[in-house]
Design a protein around this ligand. Sequence first.
Ligand code: PLP
Length: 367
Amino acid sequence: MKVPLLDLKEQYSAIRQEVESSLKKVIENQDFILGAEVTDLEKEVAAYCGTKYGVGVASGTDALILSLKALGIGSGDEVITSPFTFFATAESISVVGAKPVFVDIDPKTYNIDPLLIKAKITKKTKAIMPIHLYGQCADMDPIMNIAEKYGLKVIEDNAQGIGATYKGKKSGSMGDIGALSFFPSKNLGAFGDAGMVITNNEKLAKEIKVLRVHGSSSRYVHSEIGMNSRLDNLQAAVLRIKLRYLDRWLEARRGIADFYGQRLKGLPVVTPHVGAYNVHTYHQYTLRVKSDQGKLMKHLLDSGIERRTYYPISLHLQECYKSLAYRSGDMPESENAAKEVFSIPVFPEMTLEQKRYVADIISGFFC
Ligand SMILES: Cc1ncc(COP(=O)(O)O)c(C=O)c1O
């Protein structure tokens, strides 16, 4: 049996008619850039995430870059973040001319360890950028307390976290600003690149709206240097349909996680740890194996099961960050996780046979 990490064709076949009729309307209107669908999506996503404003942009990476720019962060500034994340998190900080300062992770949740943040704060620190990795919120209360005490901004990298909650609050709604990615493989995915900034701060929302259209608040008048980062109406039309299904899909993901949790109990694999304060959305279902990780991963692949390590190189050891002068051993938890974790298939349309097969192949490996 073949089991992919996710199956977007299955998802599409369930919503094909709704999506096609919505896309047809946009095409017939020939209204492609920042149209009515975008405006409606911005309102709907903001309402879903519990924020006042949503501003559609071209990708999750742009959402991070524009958030940093809107907060006035740039050359000479430092931003604290985790090295155990997709590259775009740190890249966005570098792109605006600031320096990413890495803080190691909590080995249980794989999110930034709040206890290690204070030691990295300097006069140049302007913000903290926690990531809600794999669909589980970082421990936000201590992060917000540190930010308040030291006068720092908080940008939530919520690319993987839509729908997750922390003490009942939605991911992306707790900091000054949150960045969402609608990359096709995300829990809410478009038919191409797309993203959104969410915030409760009207001034920041207005600033992002200006920055996403070349720093222009009225046609051909440019008050600042921005960029072209508009969300297009076709993507918004798709996302509006999918948003209606999101909670059902997240529930299905949690059901699969429960199934795996039961079936993998007692085996020498670490299943996801869910913080007492968190509702996880399982953007990834990530296992950890102390030894033989490579052998188990090969066994899965040989059995037709797709699996992948998110992320195999801790960012402080990436070649492009050589100039930051980190060394192997500086972020031990992140480095160990990079060697030991891998994610297995989890998607709402998974059949019972597929779930059973994945669990059986893993338990068979240890027998
Ligand atoms: C944690 C994280 N941050 C940022 C991004 C960037 O999002 P995008 O691919 O939409 O630019 C991603 C997406 O892969 C991500 O997983």
